[in-house]
Unconditional design. Structure first.
Length: 444
């Protein structure tokens, strides 16, 4: 039995534990890199430099949005193609996605470098943060073409193990180079960016070996597959569009948030929220691992007409996500001061950071619900349903709450908005599910 076939036959609990566990491990490793990177910058350069790295994130989200769109859309098609034993379509899909991503990456690099200064000022980089943000973003943009290895495609064929390797090895490389470039060679923010790009090159090389050299895979990629198929790209884009909008909405939210923080709390607030955001991401990563791990299971079994396995997988994932969120949220709140102490000892940063972290994870037990439902629709090719959740959540909840409450109540308004967004997102998502059920669309 090859790796893709186990998606339709292995005991569901064991299968999900393997897939979701390895996806979670990959994400945790990446988050450890992110935390380590921030820690090295904060301790080796200063809080302003760490704040600059956090501030530059929205600028780099466009590239992440493109890779997420192509990765999610392509992985959905590949897993469903393998469910039908259509290896030709799987190869064509992968090749087309690679081509489109590389073209976009080059475009984003050129555009970002040309307009770097105004873009950084747009997202709120000023004062002592601006030079660090400029140095970091310039190098990251230059290495954009190596920024993804499409591990989602590896998971789509059931090979979560090598997907994990493409995270483990680069993270180790990044941590070692961070220590070398920042603490020993004193390259500052430049060193942090160089370490990241070097790690990306390693990951890219490993992925190239997997897709083009490795034997005993369920499909092969040939030269003829790189011929662009507009209809296929349209399907990839439509299925992956929710992921794109989610990334872009996150970018817009971060820009708005940083500008409000800068106005009411200054650079200290931007730095504190940057630290809190990284800690929150680490604490909640298993929920993202559950979402990523279950997607190939849903896509494969849905296409293979094994609806009972799909429903079983979703029930297990909902239960695991909610229980984990409840436990992790409580532990995170109890340890919030010690966690913030990893980065800084400044009392002013602590004063804002501990409240931001608390309000960000107090609703952790429900944070995984909307992403799971959106992932289900995305995995079965119901792009419109997943798209509706993404657009409605951004336009009706996230952005209006941040702008309204932040503008009216300042920092307190932002604190209130963080858990309120999660609560309203769950209610909105469930309302959309019920509406789709009445319409007779593909249902949970």
């Amino acid at each position: 039995m090859n790796r893709s076939e186990r998606l339709g036959s292995e005991t569901m609990g064991k299968l999900l534990l393997s897939l979701c566990g390895q996806c979670t491990a990959s994400l945790i490793l990446y988050s450890i890199y992110s935390l380590t990177d921030t820690m090295f910058i904060a301790r080796g350069v200063g809080d302003d430099a760490a704040g600059a790295v956090a501030l530059a994130a929205p600028l780099l989200f466009l590239l992440s949005a493109v890779s997420s769109t192509a990765g999610c859309g392509g992985a959905s098609i590949i897993s469903r193609a393998l469910g039908r034993k259509d290896t030709e379509l799987a190869g064509v899909t992968a090749a087309n996605v690679f081509t489109v991503f590389w073209v976009f990456a080059i475009f984003i690099t050129i555009t970002g470098l040309v307009f770097l200064e105004p873009l950084l000022r747009l997202i709120g980089a000023t004062g002592s943060i601006l030079p660090h943000a400029r140095a970091y973003a310039r190098i990251i943009l230059a290495g954009a073409v190596t920024s993804t290895g499409f591990s989602a495609f590896m998971r789509a064929e059931g090979d979560t193990r090598f997907s994990l390797y493409t995270w483990v090895v680069p993270v180790f490389v990044n941590i070692v180079l961070d220590a070398l470039f920042i603490l020993i060679l004193h390259l500052g923010t430049h060193g942090a960016a160089l370490a990241t790009v070097c790690a990306q090159v390693v990951s890219c090389g490993m992925s190239f070996w997997f897709f083009f050299i490795k034997k005993h895979r369920p499909y092969r990629i040939h030269k003829k597959h790189f011929r662009i198929r507009p209809s296929l790209l349209l399907e990839i884009g439509s299925v992956g569009l929710p992921a794109f909008l989610q990334q872009m909405s996150s970018s817009v939210v971060l820009i708005v948030l940083n500008r409000i923080l800068g106005f009411y709390g200054g650079e200290t607030a931007i730095i504190a929220f940057g630290y809190a955001s990284r800690l929150q991401n680490l604490i909640l990563l298993p929920q993202s691992g559950i979402v990523q791990g279950v997607q190939p299971v849903i896509g494969y079994n849905y296409t293979a007409k094994k609806d009972d396995r799909v429903r079983h997988a979703m029930r297990l994932c909902f239960l695991a996500s909610c229980i984990y969120g409840l436990i992790a949220g409580m532990i995170g709140i109890l340890l919030r001061f010690k966690l913030l102490g990893i980065f800084t000892s400044q009392k002013a940063v602590w004063a804002i950071g501990h409240v931001a972290l608390t309000m960000g994870i107090i609703t952790a037990f429900i944070k995984g619900i909307s992403p799971l439902i959106a992932a289900y629709y995305q995995s079965i090719g119901e792009a419109r349903a997943a798209l509706t959740i993404s657009i409605a959540g951004f336009l009706m909840i996230q952005l209006p709450l941040l702008v309204t409450l932040g503008s009216k109540f300042g920092m307190n308004g932002i604190y209130i908005a963080l858990p309120l967004v999660d609560i309203l997102m769950v209610l909105l998502t469930l309302a959309i599910v019920l509406w789709l059920k009445r319409k007779g669309r593909n249902l949970l």
